[in-house]
Design a protein around this ligand. Structure first.
Ligand code: BEZ
Length: 215
């Protein structure tokens, strides 16, 4: 990755040591061989962020079943994170099991989590990183809109299926309006393959063929 620019999809996740609610952690080494989702929030003790932490914790077992770890981040002190996660447990009954980075602004700067002219809080950003430490997706959300955590589960499942079965994943999968939970066969790269596609698969045309998901 070029020095000084924000990471993009396809880049390796930058190496860094971070202070978290679970002690010091080295990224991405801590999650070597696993998927991980790093997500930033504007601040502790804010309403939308609290609903987000609750929602992420509820789905944590499902993420772990998918070999996926979670790690939160905001520019708050670790004491604040500790008090906030305690508040969530005492008042909402959810014990936050994933670590939360107490960033001084350094990580936010490296990852591009603070928008110039929009204060010093981190935006709602999401980095999805694969077991080889490659960044596979980056998403940004506005402060007033809480994230849809089912979508991140869908993305992890989609990445894993796409990779294991050498296919692409259609819109709204597994509830696609045209092909349901079926998956898309990669486009043909020559004339012979294009003709074969029509014989081998169900197709709308040679460049839009689909097949059943392998269970
Ligand atoms: C919230 O989490 O509720 C929030 C945080 C920053 C700005 C606006 C809302």
């Amino acid at each position: 990755m070029e020095e000084g620019r924000m990471p993009l999809i396809g880049d390796k996740f930058p190496e860094m040591e971070v202070q978290t609610t679970h002690g010091k952690i080295k990224l991405p080494d801590q999650f070597a061989g696993k998927w991980f989702i790093l997500f930033s929030h504007p601040a502790d003790f804010t309403p939308v962020c609290t609903t987000e932490f609750y929602a992420f914790q509820k789905r944590y077992p499902e993420f772990r079943e998918l070999n996926t770890e979670l790690i939160g981040l905001s520019v708050d002190q670790v004491f604040s994170h500790i008090k906030w996660v305690q508040w969530i447990e005492e008042n909402l009954g959810a014990k936050i099991e994933f670590p939360v980075i107490a960033d001084t602004g350094k990580v936010a700067h490296i990852l591009g989590l603070i928008h110039p002219g929009a204060g010093s809080s981190t935006v709602r950003a999401v980095f999805i990183v694969d077991p080889n430490a490659t960044i596979r997706a980056i998403l940004y959300y506005p402060a007033e809109l809480g994230r849809n955590f089912d979508e991140f589960l869908r993305m992890i499942k989609g990445f894993q299926v796409a990779e294991a079965q050498n296919v692409a994943i259609p819109a709204n999968w597994p509830n696609n309006e045209l092909i349901g939970n079926r998956v898309i066969v990669p486009p043909a790269s020559d004339v012979e393959m294009a003709e074969k596609r029509l014989q081998e698969y169900e197709c709308y045309d040679w460049w839009l063929c689909h097949k059943a998901l392998q269970e």
